[in-house]
Design a protein around this ligand. Sequence first.
Ligand code: ADP
Ligand code: MG
Length: 157
Amino acid sequence: GAMRHLPYFCRGEVVKGFGRGSKELGIPTANFSEQVVESFPPDISTGIYYGWACVGNGDVHKMVLSIGWNPFYKNIKKSVETHIIHTFKEDFYGEILSIVITGYIRPEKNFDSLDELISAIQEDIEEAKRQLDLPEHLKLKEDNFFHLPESKTVNNH
Ligand code: ADP
Ligand code: MG
């Protein structure tokens, strides 16, 4: 369920999440709409993944992604949330987020404390950064998927 769909390419609008305070923890997660989540393979495992992400036609950055159970729908629907490993000047709700998921880190876990949750996420981020520097993952950063059609009309400058 986790690896056989990878690499997985996905593009969609960033919507308002359920305000679980990710940003307050220093790890904002850009949520995809329910419609985009529904387009994921139904048997893809919940858990923590990593890959590459780009907002609009901006730069491609490393990311960690969680596929989890959506509390809004009494945990019968999934949610897909991307934390981009980059500091943005502004929020980007309503923009198009393009991602490629290239690897899997671990299943979903419950934590006894906020501190444990935060340190687990920080470890996930470090693991993602290391893995994404390896050639098999690095090569997807340059994938044509990240070059939106509009950019083809721009001159070579
Ligand atoms: P929500 O519950 O609305 O998803 P979050 O606290 O998870 O709120 O914050 C997510 C929002 O923060 C994103 O939709 C995006 O607009 C903004 N954001 C800013 N920096 C990042 C980042 N590095 N990665 C993901 N989202 C970011
Ligand atoms: Mg979020």
